[in-house]
Design a protein. Structure first.
Length: 429
């Protein structure tokens, strides 16, 4: 039953996509109807430009549905350039009223939001609310959204741009093109090279980030599924690289959770990650808890009042075996602790359990692709390319990435507004 209703839905979407007529000319054509592309389209259309979105999937803005575990963490009240890989560029593009601009946009869509710590979610806590109001506003603004069409190639001429498209709503696919005054690349992560081919645009190598971390021979693998509040540090050749505090999820392949996702922006294979499993207690406080009688012994269950008992049991077991990480390059590698009594050794593991990172685990779970179009070839005030003033880009197609917490979507929305507004101005020139 389920399968057949899915097939019916697909058939309906295909029929809808097929019935959308693609005009031969427009003022602004947006390549990719995801988060940034739809905002760019609405901004351009509301500024008076005849605007077309070309989206390869059968529905636009689908990418939004998976965000924030289906709840869409759409922005963060602590929006600041420091959360991004190119803070200066982001500051120039987004300006001082970035958060107000983003919230103003959503307010005008009729969306209402709520806060969880600093993170903003739709008040319905449903990503579909974000997607639906976006599509409704695009329709009101007169945006033509052509789904089931894939952009194959871009050609830039003096004063115009031709976009070659394969219409996949037809069997076999048919090829057509659209001439536009301005084009905006909004294809998201991992596919810019395809669009940039033939245009001599510079690309930064792409790699998945905001993903779980794989750890070599983790002795915590048997605890897969357990969660813990930690402070995690990344070390490379004994130098600290990054620090995060929050919840991790132990996995048989390594570790997951927002802490790891954020650290994945800084990690390289062979780095060491240390986990402080009792971040609110220092070593002497922990000792008092674990050994109130000052017996000097490591007793089973002595850490159960502070740690998840299953994690505590494993750490105690490893301490008794004097487990060490081989080739430990941590700044505070516990050579002296190895000699210490079992209790001190267990406490050293609680306060800084080392794991060696082998890389990103499950790249298919990555939320963001690092790399893409090199930002140095773009004007920060308009997001136009320096070599083709009628060609713009926004969102993840550019080499911009950020921490978890709504920062990536905040970039998508705002960069879409900047590119959409600048592209719309060209048609009247
Ligand atoms: C599972 C998951 C959860 C996430 N959760 C969050 C979150 O809660 N908060 C947050 O801030 N960020 C989150 N992100 C990141 C966020 O979704 C992205 O940063 C954002 O969607 C980027 O927007 P974009 O418009 O650049 O790309 P996308 O939204 O990916 O849109 C690109 C669009 O272009 C289309 N396209 C690509 N190539 C072509 C072509 N040749 N022709 C036509 N169309 C094309 C694609 O089909 C797609 O629809 C999450 C990401 C994932 C994967």
């Amino acid at each position: 039953m389920k399968g057949s209703s899915r097939a019916q839905k697909q058939a309906l979407l295909l029929a809808q996509a097929h019935s959308t007529t693609l005009p031969q000319n427009c003022d602004v054509c947006i390549i990719g109807g995801g988060a940034s592309g739809m905002v760019a389209a609405i901004t351009a259309a509301e500024a008076g430009a005849k605007t077309v979105v070309i989206e390869q999937k059968l529905q636009a803005a689908q990418s939004i549905l998976a965000t924030g575990n289906g709840r869409c963490n759409l922005a963060n009240i602590s929006l600041a350039p420091k959360h991004y890989n190119h803070p200066e560029f982001v500051a120039e593009v987004c300006g001082g009223s970035w958060l107000n601009d983003v919230l103003g946009f959503w307010n005008a869509c009729g969306l209402r939001w709520t806060l969880e710590e600093d993170r903003l979610y739709p008040v319905s806590r449903q990503a579909a609310s974000v997607r639906n109001v976006l599509l409704a506003r695009a329709k009101r603004a007169g945006v033509i959204v052509a789904c089931g069409r894939k952009v194959e190639q871009l050609e830039m001429h003096d004063g115009a741009c031709t976009i070659k498209i394969s219409d996949e709503t037809r069997e076999p696919a048919q090829y057509c093109s659209i001439n536009t005054c301005a084009a905006i690349i909004a294809v998201g992560g991992g596919v810019s090279s395809h669009i940039a081919a033939g245009l001599d645009l510079e690309l930064v190598a792409e790699s998945p980030i905001l993903a779980p971390l794989a750890c070599k021979n983790s002795p915590l693998a048997s605890l897969s599924g357990r969660r813990a509040q930690v402070i995690a540090h990344i070390y490379r050749d004994a130098f600290p690289q990054a620090r995060e505090r929050g919840e991790i999820l132990l996995r048989d392949y390594g570790i997951s959770g927002i802490v790891c996702f954020n650290l994945s922006r800084h990690v390289q294979p062979n780095d060491v990650i240390t986990l402080d499993f009792a971040p609110d207690y220092n070593a002497s406080e922990l000792r008092q808890i674990a050994d109130p009688q000052l017996s000097g012994k490591l007793i089973d269950g002595c850490l159960d009042g502070v740690l998840d008992p299953l994690i505590a049991t494993q750490l105690i077991k490893l301490a008794r075996k004097r487990w060490t990480l081989t080739n430990d390059t941590r700044a505070d590698a516990p050579d002296s602790a190895v000699q210490a009594d079992p209790l001190s050794y267990a406490l050293s593991l609680v306060k800084g359990f080392p794991l060696r990172v082998s890389g990103i685990a499950h790249p298919e779970l990555a939320q963001v692709t690092r790399g893409g179009l090199n930002i140095h070839q773009f004007e920060s005030t308009t997001l136009a390319t320096q070599s083709y003033p009628r060609l713009f880009a926004c969102g993840e197609a550019l080499d911009i990435d950020a921490d978890c917490g709504g920062f990536n979507l905040a970039w998508a929305w705002k960069s879409g507004m900047v590119a959409g507004s600048a592209a719309a101005q060209l048609h009247s020139v």
